[in-house]
Structure formats: structure tokens, C-alpha cells
Design a protein around this ligand. Structure first.
Ligand code: GDP
Length: 614
């Protein structure tokens, strides 16, 4: 069969062959796969799809697929998660599954995250729990913060362990979830009995529910005279958390983190909840797998990564890969700074020996040797690079939401509303929810709201759920706008409610047209008039500023007044040659398709550029 030709480029037909490309692949990758020069592909994309791209630029899924169709290949774009699974499969490793049968599974400790409103006592509670345990003679060394710790408690005469993630708040929790990882089995919701349910209390509940994690409520600060624990119970029923004494199934424990009151009862409530609602088991008898919880670079000791073992047993000497870091476990330390040789499921340990510092939420796994670890790490690193580049082209924004919708990807526009005052947040939410999109097929859902700057947590939640953030009189805190940019999260800023409503409504109805602004390109002064047969008057001009480009929009100005608008630079010549542009200081012939031109008139050229919305 003859090779089809695309604007002079001949590329053999793929004959329907299936090729797989990583998300964010470039034409160079595509070319390599089908053994075609990437420059030819650049040309095909330009002539057939009308897109200007470079050979090394990351392309959206759609472009890769359309190009495939043109060339008669079936392109499958593979997501990073699938790719990672396949990468591991190519080494005969399955991540995330316990090996073996039901009998191989042994009970494991619940992993707990403490959440709640600021100042309600999360940090104090985490300290109290750890100290009670140290005091009971559990450990000898110096207690140090490694990101998680494990304690022992006695329930029904049986010794039980609980692992606490030592970073209070839902930030770490959502950051991990945004990356598809989940460490937490149970959330302890701390509510100060003198303060009651507050915005972050509600937020924490949202997060726990979204992750399907059972909640145990710790009603804190009951030592205070103004404490009203019953009121907290009443308030929380509105959020679907009903205490057992009110006929519900949520454990409430009244505590004082400060006075160490009822800490044991809280631990017991956690165990009871785990036993009642979860069947926490793992196979300790396999190569260890789990998650990195926290990591940093220590000057003397190198990479220090706290990992949570989720299945298997981690041992000193194991070859391990964690995200794109790898190495051999040189030593392991527990939360008391003691060296440990083994870590069983649900056990957090600090690992020494990785080549570099993994990120929180990276998965880790033990592999058979260092070489495999290195290969996996390097391939992940390369993939991560791709994915980062691709992200920018796959953002959910108010502008492209309608398109996303048409592609059947989303029927709800998810919003996170942050504002300067709770009144304005409520008002905005209420108004947004009243918008009638004129069809049942789309809807708005507010998945998060709060008062104050846009936090890392908001951005993580937006990234993990594909939501758009509405900032009402607030801005991202610190480096968060860069983070949002990196994670491809769209943040919209408003200071007037109706504007926010208008834009969201427009997005829902698919009418959010891009705004354009005029950008001046250059001006030229007319020195002479030439009459050209069949064309009309052409200006002999000198470029006064900028550049005059062929096909640019133009207007004619006489004595400072616009004589004619809506013109185009139809012809542009230097001497006898047609040119595409002429720079400042040079003479040229300009045809603007307008006859009434005079010497000393100014031709002003400009183009319309899409204005970034902000
Ligand atoms: P976080 O922001 O939730 O981590 O709150 P902290 O643990 O930092 O506690 C905030 C403040 O409340 C600190 O001044 C604590 O000492 C105090 N606090 C914490 N728990 C209790 C408690 O049980 N009783 C009293 N009276 N104060 C507490």
C-alpha cells in the first residue's frame, strides 16, 4: 500500500496497530514508537490538526489520539497510576495487595489521624497520648517527632496497638489523598467543649467522609468551667455524627488533653470503632509495602524517611524503592530514637539509606535487589517529569469546564469557596447554589468552604477532586499560588458576589467566552501614495514603532482621530518583495484595503490576545 501523504510528508499507515503512550508524551516519543522522524509529525499535526506544537512538547491525550487516527494507529494513553502498576508488574511485583490467602492475614493496628479546628487541642492531645505511653514504661529513648508513633493500650485484658500520624490536621491527610494514597483508618475529631463546632471541624468531617474513614469524636477541654460537651454532641448530629447515647453509632469521649483525662477511654473507643467497623488485617509475611509519611535530608545521615508499613515486614538490609528514591535500608529508628530491626504492618519507622528524599504520600516497597530498586526509581522519575509537563494542559478551569463536560468527564461543577468572612462565604454559596443552569444535566456542588486565605489543603482537595477554587476577597497563602499552578488547580478571585455568580453561571451554560485585549504591534507613517491597478491605493510608509506584520489588524489615524477601523494589513512589501514583517525604521509598502489614505496618516496595527482572567 502506498504511504499516505500529509502536506508532502509521507508516513506509512499504522494499519490500525495499537500503540501505547504515556500521558503527556511528545511527538518525539510518538515518533520513536512508530519509527518516524518527529519533525514529520510536527508537520502532520500542523496541517491535519491545525495545531502548532514542538517535537518535545507534552501533548494532551486528545492530540495524541487524533494524530493516531490520522496515521491509522489506535493510540492508548496510559495514566501514571496504570503505568506504575505496569512498571511494577514488569518486575512481577503487585503493589497494594496482600499476597496469599485469608489465613495469611493477621490483625494489624489501626492508623489514626487527629483532625479538628485550630486551637481545639490536636497537638496537645497527640503529646498527651504519646507521653502517657512513655510514662507507662513503654520506651526508654528520647521521644522525637518522626511523623508518626505507635502506642499500646489494654482493651478487655488484651494488649492492642494504635498508630498515630503525628501531623495534626487534615492537611497531610488530604495531601496524601490527592496523590491517591491513604494511610488513615480512623479519624479522631477533636472538638473543644468550650468552643463547639467550627469551620475546620466541618471541613475535617467533610474530608473524613470523602475518604470513607470512620470518626471518633474527642470532646476536649472538659476541664474548663465553660465546657459544654452535650452541646457539642447536639451540634454534631447536624453533621450526621450521632453519639451512641443518642441512638447513633459514633463514639464520643469527653477528654482533657491538658489534664490527661480519659485518654485511655479515647484509645479504647478507637479500638472499639476499629473492631466494629473495620476488619484491619495484613499479611506480615511478604516483602514490605507502604507509604512515606514524612522525609527530610539530615546533614550527617542523609535521607531520613518515615514510612508506614502497610503490609509485609520491613527489615534492615532490604532493597527498597520509595517514589523515585531507592536504596538499601541501612538502619531503622522508631519514634523513641531506638534502633529497630523489623517493622510489621501499621508500624511507622524512620528509614536510613535512601538515595534521596521521597515525598509524603509516595508508596514504598521492598524489591529483590538494588538493581530492580534503581530501575523502578529511575523510570518513575522520568514519568513524573512527563506528568508534570502534561498537567498544565489538562486543567479543569471555568473556561474549559464546558468542554470537559461535553467529553462526558464531569456532570458536576465542583467548587471550593474561600472568603474573608463567614457571612460572605455563606451568601456566596447560597447564591451559587441558586443558579439555574437551565438543564438537569449539570449541577454545582460546593465540596469545601471556609474563612481565610487559600491553603495548601484547599488546593490539595481541589486537585484530588477536580474542583475550582473561588477566592472571595482572599488570596492564596505563601507559595500556594505556585502550588496551585503546579497542580493545575484553577483559582478564581472575586470581590463582588454578582461577578462570581455571573462567571459560574456562564461556565455552567458553556458561555464563558475568553476575553480579548488589544495589544499594539507597531505604527507606520504614510510618506507616499501609490496607485496599484486592481488593488487600489497602497501606502509607501516608514515604520515608526514596533513591527508591522502582514495580516495584522489595523486602523487608520489622521490628526489623532481614527478615520477607519477594522482594517487588515493585506499586503506588505519591501521593494519588490512580499515580506511578513517590517521593523521599526524601515520603509515599506502597506496595503490596507482602504483607498482614502493621505500622506502623514498613521497606520496603527494591533492584534487581539486572549486575556488571562484573574
Ligand atoms: P491545635 O491547634 O488543635 O493543635 O491546638 P493545641 O494543641 O495547640 O492547643 C491549643 C491551646 O489549647 C493550647 O494553649 C493548649 O494548651 C490548650 N489546650 C489543649 N487541650 C486543652 C485541654 O484539655 N484543656 C485546656 N484547658 N486547654 C487545652
Amino acid at each position: 500500500m502506498q504511504a499516505p501523504s500529509f502536506g508532502g510528508v509521507k508516513i506509512p499507515s499504522g494499519n490500525g496497530k495499537v500503540i501505547r503512550l504515556s500521558r503527556g508524551a511528545s511527538l518525539a516519543d510518538f515518533g520513536e514508537r512508530i519509527d518516524v522522524n518527529p519533525a514529520s509529525l510536527v508537520q502532520v499535526v500542523m496541517t491535519q490538526l491545525g495545531e502548532m506544537v514542538t517535537a518535545t512538547q507534552s501533548l494532551p491525550d486528545e492530540t495524541l489520539q487524533l494524530l493516531g487516527e490520522e496515521l491509522n494507529y489506535t493510540v492508548e494513553v496510559v495514566s501514571p497510576e496504570d503505568e506504575d502498576r505496569e512498571l511494577l508488574e514488569s518486575f512481577s511485583i503487585e503493589f497494594g495487595e496482600d499476597i496469599g490467602s485469608e489465613e495469611d492475614l493477621k490483625p494489624r493496628a489501626p492508623v489514626v489521624t487527629v483532625m479538628g479546628h485550630v486551637d481545639h487541642g490536636k497537638t496537645r492531645l497527640l503529646d498527651a497520648i504519646r507521653n502517657t505511653n512513655v510514662a507507662s514504661g513503654e520506651a526508654g529513648g528520647i521521644t522525637q517527632h518522626i511523623g508518626a508513633y505507635q502506642v499500646t493500650t489494654t482493651v478487655d485484658g488484651e494488649e492492642r496497638k494504635i498508630t498515630f500520624i503525628d501531623t495534626p490536621g487534615h492537611e497531610a491527610f488530604t495531601a496524601m489523598r490527592a496523590r491517591g494514597a491513604q494511610a488513615t483508618d480512623i479519624a479522631v475529631l477533636v472538638v473543644a467543649a468550650d468552643d463547639g463546632v467550627k469551620p475546620q471541624t466541618a471541613e475535617a468531617i467533610d474530608h473524613a467522609k470523602a475518604a470513607d474513614v470512620p470518626i471518633v469524636v474527642a470532646v476536649n477541654k472538659i476541664d474548663l468551667p465553660t465546657a459544654d460537651p452535650q452541646k457539642v454532641r447536639a451540634q454534631l448530629t447536624e453533621y450526621g455524627l450521632v453519639a451512641e447515647e443518642y441512638g447513633g453509632n459514633v463514639q464520643f469521649v469527653d477528654i482533657s488533653a491538658k489534664e490527661n483525662l480519659n485518654i485511655d477511654q479515647l484509645l479504647e473507643a478507637i479500638i472499639l470503632t476499629a473492631d466494629a467497623e473495620l476488619d484491619l488485617k495484613a499479611n506480615p509475611d511478604m516483602p514490605a509495602q507502604g507509604l512515606a509519611i514524612e522525609a527530610y535530608l539530615d546533614r550527617g545521615r542523609g535521607s531520613m524517611a518515615t514510612v508506614l508499613v502497610q503490609r509485609g515486614t520491613l527489615r534492615v538490609g532490604d532493597s527498597i524503592v520509595c517514589g523515585d528514591a531507592y536504596g538499601r535500608v541501612r538502619a531503622m529508628l522508631d519514634e523513641n530514637g531506638n534502633r529497630v530491626k523489623e517493622a510489621e504492618p501499621s508500624r511507622p519507622v524512620q528509614v536510613l539509606g535512601l538515595t534521596n528524599v521521597p515525598s509524603a504520600g509516595d508508596s514504598f516497597l521492598v524489591v529483590k535487589d538494588d538493581r530492580v530498586a534503581r530501575q523502578i526509581a529511575q523510570q518513575r522519575e522520568a514519568r513524573e517529569r512527563f506528568a508534570q509537563q502534561a498537567k498544565a494542559s489538562r486543567r479543569v478551569t471555568l473556561d474549559n469546564w464546558q468542554k470537559t463536560l461535553e467529553e462526558g468527564q464531569r456532570e458536576e461543577l465542583l467548587l471550593i469557596i474561600k472568603g474573608d468572612m463567614s457571612g460572605s462565604v455563606e451568601a456566596l454559596e447560597e447564591s451559587l447554589l441558586k443558579i439555574d443552569p437551565g438543564t438537569d444535566e449539570v449541577a454545582i456542588r460546593v465540596i469545601g468552604r471556609g474563612v481565610g486565605a487559600i491553603t495548601q489543603n484547599d488546593i490539595n482537595l481541589a486537585a484530588s477532586s477536580g474542583a475550582v477554587i473561588i477566592g472571595f476577597n482572599v488570596r492564596p497563602e505563601g507559595k500556594n499560588s505556585e502550588l496551585a499552578e503546579r497542580m493545575g488547580v484553577d483559582i478564581r478571585y472575586y470581590s463582588v458576589i454578582y461577578q462570581a455568580i455571573e462567571e459560574v453561571e456562564a461556565a455552567l451554560k458553556g458561555m464563558l467566552k475568553p476575553e480579548y485585549e488589544e495589544v499594539q504591534l507597531g505604527t507606520a507613517e504614510i510618506r507616499e501614495i501609490f496607485k496599484v491597478p486592481r488593488v487600489g491605493n497602497v501606502a509607501g510608509a516608514v515604520v515608526r514603532s514596533g513591527v508591522i506584520k502582514r495580516n495584522a489588524k489595523a486602523r487608520l489615524i489622521r490628526d489623532g482621530v481614527v478615520v477607519s477601523d477594522n482594517l487588515t494589513v493585506e499586503s506588505l512589501r519591501r521593494f519588490k518583495d512580499d515580506v511578513t514583517e517590517v521593523r521599526e525604521g524601515f520603509e515599506c509598502g502597506i496595503g490596507i484595503g482602504y483607498n482614502d489614505i493621505r500622506v502623514e496618516d498613521i497606520i496603527e496595527t494591533f492584534e487581539m490576545r486572549e486575556k488571562p482572567r484573574d
